[in-house]
Design a protein around this ligand. Structure first.
Ligand SMILES: O=C(NCCc1nnc(-c2ccc3[nH]cnc3c2)[nH]1)c1cc(-c2ccc(F)cc2)cc(O)c1O
Ligand SMILES: [Mg+2]
Length: 214
């Protein structure tokens, strides 16, 4: 049977990356996506912006919405302090299966919890299921029409605190117009746009960094 793109991406990691070396996993995926097949990872250009935000925030508790193959999960987790944790939500079980193997190859299983299912159902259960008080950083990279409802859900569930950083991928391409309008006009957020390009292409895209003001 024909393999899927995530399976081919995983094989490229297992072939070209060193076990236990997260940066080599990131490099292997970027090379695969540049040379062989495009895939919807945040990529190396936007990935550098992600790295700088993670290093600046130095988060202890991170939520990622949209795991896909685990590229940004590994990228973020490789920068976290020792006891820090990242919970990453993936809707598609096939993506989640691949992501767990990419994360294992990077040797980051202890820092990462992959949760399968719809964000709308899982966000209200974060406190009771995972003992989360509030998130220091939220990376939004899932279905673009879920960014706004899930941000409002995070607010309503008391999962954001004064100073929590929301970092959103793809605010230009594919685009999240309703989310952008909200975080840029709401008095509860201070927003900043980091112009970049859609992963592995010349098309414009960017990350929106928004600080929750409480
Ligand atoms: O769709 C994207 N990403 C989303 C995957 C996902 N992985 N997991 C989920 C999830 C997770 C929990 C959920 N709960 C409810 N829905 C959920 C969806 N969604 C995406 C698409 C593009 C893209 C650009 C230009 C094109 F021509 C085609 C495509 C680029 C990107 O950087 C993306 O991130
Ligand atoms: Mg994305």
């Amino acid at each position: 049977t024909q393999s899927t793109r995530p399976q081919r991406l995983l094989h490229a990691v297992q072939k070209n990356a060193t076990r236990g070396d997260p940066r080599s996993v990131v490099k292997a995926i970027d090379n695969f996506c540049r040379q062989k097949e495009w895939a919807m990872n945040v990529g190396d250009e936007k990935g550098c912006i992600l790295d700088s935000v993670v290093s600046e925030v130095n988060p202890v508790t991170v939520l990622e919405l949209g795991t896909y193959c685990g590229y940004s999960t590994v990228r973020i987790a490789s920068l976290l302090p020792p006891r820090a944790k990242i919970i990453t939500l993936e809707f598609n079980p096939d993506y989640a299966k691949i992501a767990r193997q990419v994360i294992a190859w990077a040797g980051l299983e202890d820092k990462i919890q992959v949760v399968e299912g719809p964000s709308g159902e899982w966000i209200p259960k974060m406190k009771e299921q995972f003992g989360v008080k509030t998130f220091d950083l939220v990376f939004l990279d899932h279905w673009k029409d879920r960014y706004l409802p899930d941000t409002k859900l995070l607010e309503d569930c008391g999962l954001l605190r004064k100073g929590t950083i929301l970092l959103a991928d793809n605010v230009i391409c594919p685009g999240t117009p309703d989310y952008l309008e909200y975080v840029r006009n709401s008095p509860r957020y201070k927003s900043q746009y980091f112009k970049s390009h859609l992963e592995y292409t010349k098309a414009e895209d960017g990350l929106e960094k928004s600080v929750f003001l409480g």
